[in-house]
Design a protein. Structure first.
Length: 259
């Protein structure tokens, strides 16, 4: 799924979401994956990005499998736009824990020396709310009325140092332990994903991405590109190109959803 998965729906719904992934300019293969699904006429969608853990075996398999399992569960779920937010939250929690267990069991069965794993950020977007689940440092941003908000907090060693004001955001980018993730899907049993519910308003713009983008672009640069484009396709294209111009040192994956 590193080249994405989408479903055909009506034209006016389809243009609200766009996604792309790029190997970058340094890596020899792409460990990122993305997925999205729009329910025709039901006014709800599923969007997700996963980033296979660098240096581990089969990171691309982990990210792909993670999103395939989540996407399949979303498509099979008998929920509607009237389903309560807390039910959606429990759904994402249950499915991520289940996905973690599946990948963990594969690691155990084949005695993989460096267990495969992946970060993930996944969201269900409804008419008035967005339910978010994540593990790792893949992010979800919202641009609303020319202001940008990071709706996820990174689960990483350096992010914790930033939250404790021990180092700055700029120092975190070049920290020798910047690659250490404190939470991910697959390597360990008993994942506890972080889950949140946010309000959703007409005009909101969302972006999910792997750290291949945020390693080269700060929040203000992201906000400018998200705000200036008329559609999510152009936003994805320009964000991706800007990240490549910044160095493209990692795989880059972006999903944009305009409400």
């Amino acid at each position: 799924m590193s080249d994405g998965h989408k479903t055909e729906t009506s034209e006016h719904i389809m243009e609200k979401v766009s996604a792309d992934t790029h190997i970058g300019l340094v890596r020899d293969h792409n460990e990122d994956s993305f997925a999205y699904y729009l329910s025709p006429g039901k006014h709800m969608s599923f969007v997700a990005v996963a980033d296979g853990i660098g240096g581990h075996e089969s990171g691309d398999i982990a990210s792909n499998l993670c999103l395939k399992l989540l996407l399949s569960s979303f498509r099979d779920a008998r929920f509607t736009e009237d389903t309560e937010n807390e039910e959606w939250k429990k759904f994402l929690d249950d499915e991520l824990r289940y996905t973690n267990e599946i990948i963990f069991r594969i690691n155990e069965k084949y005695k993989i020396q460096h267990p495969m794993g992946t970060t993930v950020v996944a969201a269900v977007i409804l008419k008035n709310s967005i339910i978010v689940a994540h593990a790792g440092d893949s992010r979800l941003y919202r641009v609303r009325e020319d202001k940008i908000e990071r709706l996820t907090q990174d689960h990483s060693f350096v992010a914790e140092l930033v939250r404790k004001n021990i180092i700055s955001e700029e120092e975190a980018l070049t920290h020798p332990f910047a690659h250490i993730i404190s939470k991910s899907v697959g390597p360990n049993p008993g994942l506890e994903p972080e889950l949140n519910i946010f309000d959703n308003k007409p005009g909101d713009r969302y972006m999910l991405c792997s750290d291949g983008l945020t390693n080269h672009m700060d929040d203000n640069m992201i906000k400018k590109m998200m705000s200036s484009e008329q559609n999510p396709h152009d936003a994805v294209k320009n964000l991706l190109n800007a990240s490549l111009r910044g160095g493209g040192e990692d795989n880059i994956t972006i999903v944009c959803a305009f409400i």
